[in-house]
Unconditional design. Sequence first.
Length: 284
Amino acid sequence: MPTFEDYKGQVPAWCPACGDFNILATIKHALVELNIEPWEVLVVSDIGQGGKLPHYIKCHTFNGLHGRTLPVATAIKLANNSLHVIAIAGDGGCYGEGGNHFLHAIRRNPNISLFVHDNQIYGLTKGQASPTTAEGTYKKIQPFGVLAEQMNPVALAILMNCSFVARGFAGDEDHLKELMKAAITHKGFSLLDIFQPCVTWNKINTFKWYRDRVYKLEEGYDPSDRIKALERSLEWGDKIPNGIFYKIERKTFEEGMPAAKEKPLVQQKFSIADVKQEIEKFYY
């Protein structure tokens, strides 16, 4: 049985009171309660404040390029489908630079969990507007206010028939933990968008701002109803719903790969001679 201490990594270098601390602790608690050992988990991230998380948790980790979390996570899952693969990204890297990867990961439906640290700004690079920054918000490089309409990743994921779509709040760790557990145990691509207040660069979307607005989807809510899920995802303003919006069963990406059906690719024998022979075909 794993313990919280088993997942203890390096000392975090985030700003004091950053919402990332809550997310890190909640991931550890979720994995412990699911009785998942550190060697059974691989956490992938890109560049950003949230992207530092793999350094602060003890398990298999991979830290790559900005916006490229999902291609790496998908490749890892295909190579070793016995691992619990958790992708960590920020709203800038995932919905901005990595927006195309986000869309196609939903289409492919690999069995990985995506936890997006959504602070509605670029936290590492000093607070520029991200795709989820509200239209009209003034930032250093947006002196006339953000001119683009605010992105709604939850609604987008539902429209694209993502097999698991949820949203949580870093200020409600108990609820967030249950959402993480549900995302990790779901078979297919899981999006968990997490409101993560940035105490340094975002003075608008603070812990209080979210606490005054977020509420949990009511008991009896049916996450299999795609139209109702889309309607609820469009709620924004004085009241913002959190919880599991949409959840269905779909064939996973790795299930469509014949070579990985019997056992993970990393456990299969391979021949360098066969690889060389295939490569040599391109010479002629």
